[in-house]
Design a protein around this ligand. Structure first.
Ligand code: SF4
Ligand code: SF4
Length: 443
């Protein structure tokens, strides 16, 4: 015995349950009401955009506050099915599906649940995404978050790691020990072991063995999804992008909680419509818009504050470097060898090596992805957004800005909170940045 804590040693609850009654039913109801209103406002704005593809209506419905997915998952659980909540993008969703479970992304983009978490933790400096996710669970304000029978949480940033620990007061959590230093020979082996540990925990949860056949079939389906997603993104390389940056994020974020087989069908329909739009010269961006790459902290629906300001200010988001955007589904699993060992290695590698999350060091992948995107998408300038309290992105912004300056690419750095208080201040800065980019292009 080496003194390491075993799963069975954990005493629950540790953070919240002794405070039962700390939040009144009225507070919980207010959080639900305001979350519902926020989502409706964002959905109404997105769906009324000029020239928007009709096929996007499916994704609006899927992502709505009390949309179809929560109902489907409730029925699935009533029949004995299990749902796994994921906290970051390194959790292999193919594995969850192959175990017979379904997945949802827990990270919250709602503003109101930040308040209960603030009251509990009293840490005003903590990232609002972490607080919102915790608050959603505390007051049961998000129908999807409440579906999770188990949580898979890679140890990424400090906030996410402690969030996973706190969620354990309600639901079993599989913490995944993510090797954050990618250099050196052991990191891929360590990560593979974490993926295999998750596989065992999933089998315990669902009572079903993950078979090689089921896993390969799920990997092929997700590879198909990735190929389609890349095709959608390729259409944004042209001078008339047929889909806005916000809608592209809506589509890719839907994949994290949707039935991926259905998502593939719906994205195929969307792709057809977008290709037709490109053929007929249709564009969702105004003529002369500045071509923007968005990067930084995650922007989770309905927190589309920054992309909406950019696109309302004459910027066209043609691509991004976000864990809630392009890179969510950019990379397929490279299945060369169908031995069990190689399948798991390929799966673990897909979720590790290409990932450019700022929790990694030295994280050169991020610069590589960034400069590839700037060239292939004809980017005029970069909007770097950092959530208040997101130290990792704040720190990386300095490195990114320097690298961009050396190549003559302008960047503006913005900071935001989970509320509307900073909208006009951010808008003023974005408008000035976009005007500068347009003037630069004219020259
Ligand atoms: S930036 Fe990294 S740590 Fe933060 S939410 Fe995305 S994947 Fe997780
Ligand atoms: S936004 Fe930053 S601080 Fe918040 S969870 Fe993501 S990486 Fe962590």
């Amino acid at each position: 015995m080496n003194g390491a804590t075993k799963d069975t040693d954990r005493k629950r609850p540790r953070y919240i349950s002794d405070r039962k009654g700390f939040f009144s039913a009225e507070q919980a109801e207010r959080t639900r009401k305001r979350s519902r209103e926020m989502e409706k406002k964002v959905r109404t704005r997105l769906s009324s955009a000029k020239g928007r593809a009709k096929a996007l209506a499916y994704f609006d419905e899927l992502m709505r506050y009390d949309g179809v997915r929560a109902v489907e998952l409730k029925e699935f659980r009533e029949k004995g099915g299990k749902v796994v909540g994921t906290l970051c993008v390194m959790v292999p969703l193919e594995l969850i599906e192959a175990s017979g479970a379904k997945h949802i992304r827990l990270c919250s983009g709602y503003y109101e649940p930040v308040h209960p978490a603030n009251e509990l933790l009293g840490d005003a400096g903590l990232c609002p995404l972490v607080k919102s996710t915790l608050g959603s669970k505390m007051v049961s304000s998000d129908p999807l978050v409440d579906m999770a029978d188990m949580v898979a949480g890679p140890a990424t940033c400090d906030g996410k790691m402690k969030l996973a620990e706190m969620l354990e007061d309600w639901v079993p959590v599989v913490m995944m020990n993510l090797p954050r230093v990618k250099l050196g020979g052991t990191s891929s082996e360590l990560w593979l072991n974490e993926v295999l540990h998750l596989k065992r925990k999933l089998s315990e949860l669902t009572g079903r063995k993950v078979t090689k056949k089921a896993l390969v079939e799920r990997i092929r389906k997700w590879n198909e999804a990735s190929e389609l997603w890349n095709k959608v993104c390729d259409l944004r390389k042209g001078k008339d992008p047929p889909i806005s940056g916000q809608d592209a994020m809506l589509v890719v974020q839907a994949s994290q909680s949707d039935d991926i087989d259905r998502w593939v069908v719906k994205v195929r329909e969307l792709l057809k419509e977008l290709e037709e739009k490109v053929r007929s010269g249709g564009s969702v961006a105004e003529k002369g818009s500045a071509r923007i790459l968005l990067m930084g902290s995650p922007m989770i629906y309905p927190n589309f504050k920054i992309p909406s300001i950019v696109e309302e200010s004459g910027g066209s988001i043609v691509t991004d470097e976000l864990c809630t955007g392009f890179r969510l589904m950019a990379d397929p699993v490279l299945l060369d060898d169908l031995s069990e060992k190689e399948i798991y290695s390929a799966l673990a590698d897909r979720y590790y090596f290409p990932c450019s999350c700022p929790c990694f060091s030295p994280n050169d992948e991020r610069l590589t992805r960034l400069f590839n995107a700037i060239t292939t998408f004809g980017v005029d300038g970069v909007v770097f957004h950092s959530l208040r309290g997101c130290h990792l992105n704040n720190l990386e912004a300095t490195k990114i800005e320097l690298a961009l300056r050396e190549r003559g690419i302008p960047m503006v750095k913005l900071e935001s909170e989970y509320d509307e208080g900073d909208v006009e201040q951010v808008r003023t800065r974005v408008e000035a940045f976009v005007e500068m980019l347009k003037a630069r292009r004219k020259k």
